[in-house]
Design a protein around this ligand. Sequence first.
Ligand SMILES: [Zn+2]
Length: 279
Amino acid sequence: MKISHWLKMSAALSAALLLSATGHAQSAPEGKTELLWLGQASFRIKSPGGKVIVVDPWLSGGPKTPAPYKTDLSALGKVDVLLVTHAHVDHIGDAPAIAKLNNTKLYGPADMVTPLITLGLIPAELGHRFNKTGSVKPAPGIKVTAVAAEHSSLLVWKNPATDKMESHPAGEPVGYIIEMENGFKIWHMGDTGLFGDMKFISEHYKPDLVLMPIGGNFTMGPEDAAFAVKTWIKPKNVIPMHYNSNPLTPGTVAEFQAAMQGSTGTRIVPMTEGQKVEF
Ligand SMILES: [Zn+2]
C-alpha cells in the first residue's frame, strides 16, 4: 500500500474513533449498545440494530435533564420502545406525551397502564399491560422482561375537569431486563430498595449491565447498592442512577465507589447527565 493511502485511511479511522469517543455519533456503531443518561432513571438506549429504547423519561420536569431534551421531546429521535417502571412523576414523566408523539406503545406494569387509559392520559391502543416475569417483544430482536422491584407506585394527576390534583393506585413497580438483538442484557432496576431476589434475578437472567439506584431515601443508598453488587449480583458493569436530582436523593458515586472497595470483577461506569457510553 502506498504511504499516502495508508495516511488517508489512518486519518479516517482516527476521525471515526474520535466521533465515537466524544459521543456525537448519530447511531451506535455496529454491534454496540449506546446509552445516554438523561438524569434520574431516564435513559435512551440505542440497540446494536438501531432501535431507540427510552426508559422512564422524566425530561421536561427533570431538574438535571440536559439540553435539548428538556424542551424538545423529538430530540430523542423516533422512539421504537417506551418503557415505564412505575407511576411516580420522576419515572412516568413525559412518557404519555412521547407515546402519542411517536405513536408508540407505552409498556408498563398492568395496573399502572390501566389508569393511564381510563383517565384518558393515553389512548387504549397505546398502552401495553404486562407484569412481573412476563416478557414482551416490542420491536424485532428486542425482548423485555418485567422483574420485581421493592418500591411503591401511585399516579398523581391533575383532573382537567376539576383542576384539582388526584391520587390513583397504579399497581406495583417493576424493573426491566432489556435484551438487545445481540444478546446483551441490561437490567434497569427502576426504583428499588434492597431485596433478596436480586440474587435470583441475577442468576436467572444474567444481566451484563445493571442500572442501579444509589440515591437513598426512596431507594437503596450507596452502601446497600454496593452490598447487592458485591454479594448477589456481581455484574460485569454497573451504572449508578437516581441520585444528584434533589436533596432527597443524597447518595453519591464517591460513596458508592468507597463502599465497593475491594470488589473485583465489576466495572463501575459513572455517568454525568447528557453523557453517552457504549458497550
Ligand atoms: Zn424515582
